[in-house]
Design a protein around this ligand. Structure first.
Ligand code: PBG
Length: 304
């Protein structure tokens, strides 16, 4: 009765990894319990997610082929637009969010175009906007840019407006840290940078004032929701963002956070159900309205 924080399924978003082909459902080594899914299987998975009362899914794509410009990322017949169409056709309640970033589609694994060994911020913006429009045309209901290029929220907003999607919301990965906790995702999305790292465009872990500046810029450019990522090592950032901004705040309980729990649980070192409930509740208590988490289905199945 007097419990202060309650976390319900309608605040959770479950990530899906879409691959080419049909009938593919292959467990991801670094994310036990999560799968690489072909479009048909992704639609099936989405139905199950919807039946659990989970708010939405966020889609990541692994293309057939990668190239330096990440062409498959903004191809109209790419795996993500196909999956969006299939899921929207089957699921009427589920919110379909797409991740907008080049790193899953580029041969070098960086989130932007490369010249020499430098990421080219401004030339990347047009491609990100194109990707967001392609997702919107397929039926995505929210686009979520995760690339951390400067100015991308504004570029995506203008692109969507011009393409006839003026009211499509942008969930911006606004405070995204250069984190070791993305390790398992990079195996899942085959997106590890082939040289260098992402510290030139992602944030330095010790900084919180910088996070506020990054969030403010995204809000000024037209973000409708703002995300902090990762979640657990940055609960203070979630709280600070919550207190300074009125927009809905999302937090991404990332792959490394999930994989650590899974690994320890498999060894019998922790009680997985209790750890997951405590973890997700702490993220909500810190101030997140929405939580993106690989634990979403388990959390709901275990009674929330
Ligand atoms: C793409 C992207 C990443 C994640 C979400 N979108 C990886 C990265 O920046 O390297 C990480 C999600 C996770 O670890 O669960 N830029």
């Amino acid at each position: 009765m007097v419990r202060e924080t309650r976390l319900t399924p309608d605040r959770l978003i479950y990530p899906l990894f879409v691959v080419p082909g049909a009938g593919v459902r292959k467990e991801i080594g670094s994310l036990p319990g999560c799968f690489h899914l072909s479009v048909d299987e992704a639609a099936r998975e989405a139905r199950e997610v919807e039946s659990l009362g989970i708010a939405g899914v966020i889609l990541f794509g692994l293309p057939e082929a990668k190239d330096p410009k990440g062409t498959q990322g903004y191809a109209e017949d790419g795996v993500v637009p196909q999956a969006v169409r299939a899921i929207r056709a089957e699921c009427k309640e589920l919110l379909v969010v797409t991740d907008v970033c080049l790193c899953e589609y580029t041969s070098h694994g960086h989130c932007g175009l490369i010249a020499g060994d430098e990421v080219q911020n401004d030339p990347t913006l047009e491609l990100l906007a194109r990707m967001a429009v392609v997702h919107a045309q397929a039926g995505a209901q929210v686009v979520a840019p995760s690339d951390m290029m400067d100015g991308r929220v504004g570029a995506i907003r203008r692109g969507l407006d011009q393409a006839g999607f003026p009211s499509l919301p942008i969930l911006s990965y606004a405070a995204k840290y250069a984190s070791a906790f993305y390790g398992p995702f990079r195996e899942a999305a085959d997106s590890a940078p082939q040289f260098g790292d992402r510290r030139g465009y992602q944030m330095d872990p010790p900084n919180v004032r910088e996070a506020m500046r990054e969030v403010r810029l995204d809000v000024e450019e037209g973000a409708d929701m703002i995300m902090v990522k990762p979640a657990l090592p940055y609960l203070d950032v979630i709280r600070a963002v919550r207190e300074s901004f009125d927009l809905p705040v999302a937090a991404y309980n990332v792959s490394g956070e999930y994989a650590m729990v899974k690994a320890a649980a498999q060894r019998g070192w922790v009680d997985e159900q209790r750890i997951v409930k405590e973890t997700l509740t702490s993220i909500a208590r810190a101030g997140a309205d929405v939580i993106l988490t690989y634990h979403a289905k388990d959390f709901v199945r275990w009674g929330g």
